[in-house]
Design a binder for this molecule. Structure first.
Ligand code: KG4
Ligand code: ZN
Length: 342
């Protein structure tokens, strides 16, 4: 069995070919990072136009790397939820057109389930059932996952997503987009205890929710005071910048790790799967692994290139193929809301 997987939910245009053993026969990711960098974040309209230019060459390249043509495929899958509406539409339209042209069945992929499935791909064992934690630019979500395509939302963020907080704080510090890697680099030389930033929601173990906007405001006050903000007139030394970055990163990591541990305890689970771009953060990985040792659960975190958006994690389509879950060609996108996990 060979499935073409297509991913265009946000600002990466990606395609891969996978088989029933979850082996990757060919994979391509075309990043739009450089395009959006100057805006300090993803501009949805620009993202969808860039997807439109790249989607067919990216698919052709993935098929080429796999050494196959459209006719050799058993199905075509696409992430149709959640994401930016315009971006999702480009991937979905490409998938439908190819299905129609080649007479192949269509499979829908939930992008958040795919992020968790990256853990299944990265380890030689089945991590389900588990608690799933998605930490990306658009989501900070907790799930109870009884299987790869079967998950129940437990909670989400009440304001910003973790990655969004990284991106916004990086912008305040004048660091380049995407903010997560920039903050991580700046934090390497800083003292994580220099500033006691708040850790919202941690004192309420029964509430499976995150909140990062108060933390973000605390950082803003530290950088520019409580009055009207004029970042052009803020001049931080390298040491001040590093200390703020390290203290902020530590606070976000404590919130994510702390809430995940609370979920593990509340639902008496033994395995935790983590996906999404923020899971690439080195300090987060370190503290999450320490927590797993301390509280005796197993943590699965995908390797870096499977954490950020890619089409390889779309191999979850193999599970849907096996379960006979195919879609008609009037399948639509569902952009979804940050506060409203699918
Ligand atoms: O999963 P992803 O690639 O795209 C979304 O679906 O959102 O996540 C992107 C987010 C961005 O906010 C980026 O700043 C963050 O992941 N990120 C990181 C790191 N690498 C990427 N955040 C913290 N530390 C990192 N090393
Ligand atoms: Zn993602």
């Amino acid at each position: 069995m060979k499935i073409l997987t297509i991913e265009s939910t946000c600002d990466e245009t990606a395609a891969a070919v996978v088989n029933e053993n979850l082996e990757v026969l060919g994979a391509v990711v075309a990043s739009q990072e450089k395009i959006h960098e100057k805006y300090g974040g993803v501009v949805p309209e620009i993202a969808s136009r860039a997807h439109l230019e790249r989607i067919l060459p990216v698919i052709a390249e993935a098929l080429g790397r796999a050494g196959i043509g459209l006719q050799d495929l058993d199905a075509i899958s696409v992430a149709n939820t959640p994401g930016l509406a315009g971006s999702l539409l480009i991937g979905l339209c490409a998938a439908k057109a190819l299905c129609l042209a080649a007479g192949k069945p269509l499979i829908a992929v939930n992008h958040l389930q795919a992020h968790l499935f990256a853990c299944r791909l990265a380890y030689q064992e089945d991590p389900f059932p588990c608690i799933g934690l998605i930490v990306s630019g658009g989501h900070s979500n907790l799930y109870r996952c009884s299987g790869p395509i079967d998950f129940t939302p437990l909670g989400t963020t009440i304001d910003d997503a973790a990655g969004e907080a990284f991106d916004k704080v990086a912008a305040m510090l004048g660091l380049p987009y995407p903010g997560g890697p920039s903050i991580q680099r700046a934090a390497e030389k800083g003292n994580p205890k220099a500033h006691a930033f708040p850790r919202p929601m941690l004192n309420d173990p029964d509430r499976m929710q995150f909140s990062f906007s108060g933390l973000k405001t605390a950082v803003r006050y530290k950088i520019a005071g409580t009055g009207k903000v004029d970042y052009a007139n803020v001049h931080l030394s390298e040491k001040e910048m590093a200390d703020i970055a390290a203290s902020f990163q530590e606070a976000v990591v404590d919130c994510l790790v702390g809430k995940a541990v609370q979920a593990m305890k509340k639902y008496s689970m033994k395995r935790l799967c983590i996906g999404g771009g923020v899971a690439a953060n080195a300090r987060f990985r370190e503290k999450m692994n320490e927590a797993a040792d301390r509280y005796h659960f197993k943590v699965y975190i995908a390797p870096l290139k499977l954490c950020t958006d890619n089409a390889v994690m779309g191999a979850i389509a193999v599970e849907r193929f096996k379960a006979g879950l195919f879609e008609s060609l009037d399948l639509d996108i569902s952009a979804g809301l940050v506060r409203d996990p699918q």
